[in-house]
Design a protein around this ligand. Structure first.
Ligand code: 13P
Ligand code: SF4
Length: 311
């Protein structure tokens, strides 16, 4: 009891200090839906990858404190090179984004010289620079449908998102064998068991899940898509197939409803590296800063801009 009070006081002090420094630095705090609850609670905006990149592109703040993983901060820096983009823990990476290098993508392009390249936003700036257009889980199917007249399409790096798009858009793509180590922990048997326990519940999963998981879901959506779906009156109980950090937001926005994670194992350790202490330190030191070299940035920006312009 006494230790909880002490912790609450400490958090309050941290929050007050962060808020003072945020004003002083003219900073905005953007947080992904998988961030720790206390980080989501102090953010100016919480959202999915598409919404966060849209916010970064529009903000008038001079400093963006990005509470997410490295590729997200890089995307903000690609879009706003004049701003200082801080990632409170520089080791917060996305293992899936690192499953393909720019060299490997160049080799793949040599094998399929006429193919267009779509890269998932979960990719490095150097990979984006080698791509024609970027996509997120929220707009991937629409973007592929928009390329209906294109010939071959190379899609990197997530094979499961790629597979999902192919089934929804009704077209083949050349996939790369990348995957999210967190989402592959969500298994069909987990859903089968929970469906028996919560017979009235709906099941919503992220498209990074395996195809046999997606096949058992009622809805397949980006993280913010799941948050919107949860607000519907006909959804009172929801079985959730994505990283468990999203449960905080779901519960906060829908206090009377029940949210059941499909797997408690679906934790992204990189997302959890960002803490209140590190946010404060980051604002004090104005570090660690994420910056993309101009030559890569300009080519990567073209791929991200094409995505944002597509609506
Ligand atoms: P969203 O764009 O749906 O938030 O997903 C990002 C991500 O990293 C999922 O693992
Ligand atoms: Fe990357 Fe998966 Fe973590 Fe999302 S949940 S940031 S895809 S490792």
């Amino acid at each position: 009891m006494a230790s909880t009070r002490l912790e609450n006081n400490r958090n309050l002090q941290l929050i007050n200090r962060i808020s003072e420094l945020k004003k002083k630095r003219n900073a905005i705090i953007l947080a992904h839906n998988y961030q720790l609850g206390e980080v989501q609670d102090i953010a100016d905006f919480v959202g999915d990858s598409l919404e966060l990149s849209q916010k970064a592109a529009k903000t008038e703040a001079e400093v963006i404190v990005f509470c997410g993983v490295h590729f997200m901060a890089e995307t903000a820096s690609i879009l706003c090179p004049e701003k200082r983009v801080l990632l409170p823990d520089i080791h917060a990476g996305c293992p899936m984004a690192n499953m393909i290098t720019a060299d490997q993508l160049r080799q793949q392009k040599t094998k399929y010289p006429n193919a267009r390249v779509i890269c998932y936003i979960n990719s490095t700036a150097a990979v984006k620079a080698e791509s024609d257009i970027c996509c997120t889980s929220a707009n991937a199917v629409r973007i592929v449908l928009g390329l209906r007249d294109a010939g071959e399409i190379i899609f990197v790096p997530d094979q499961y998102l790629g597979h999902y798009i192919m089934t929804r858009a009704g077209r083949e793509m050349i996939l790369w064998p990348g995957y999210c180590p967190t989402h592959v922990r969500i298994l069909p048997r987990n859903i089968i068991k929970l469906r028996k326990e919560y017979s009235q519940a709906k099941v919503a999963v992220h498209p990074e899940c395996r195809p046999d998981v997606i096949a058992l879901a009622d809805e397949v959506m980006s993280t913010s898509g799941i948050c919107r779906y949860a607000r519907r009156d006909d959804v009172q109980e929801l079985i959730v197939g994505t990283e468990i950090g999203i449960i905080h937001r779901l519960q906060k926005e829908n206090p009377g409803k029940r949210f059941i994670p499909i797997s408690e194992q679906a934790v992204c350790p990189n997302m959890k590296l960002i803490t209140l202490e590190k946010i404060l330190w980051s604002l004090e030191e104005m570090a660690p800063e994420v910056k993309v070299p101009k030559e890569i940035r300009l080519r990567a920006k073209a791929a991200v801009d094409r995505m944002l312009e597509s609506g």
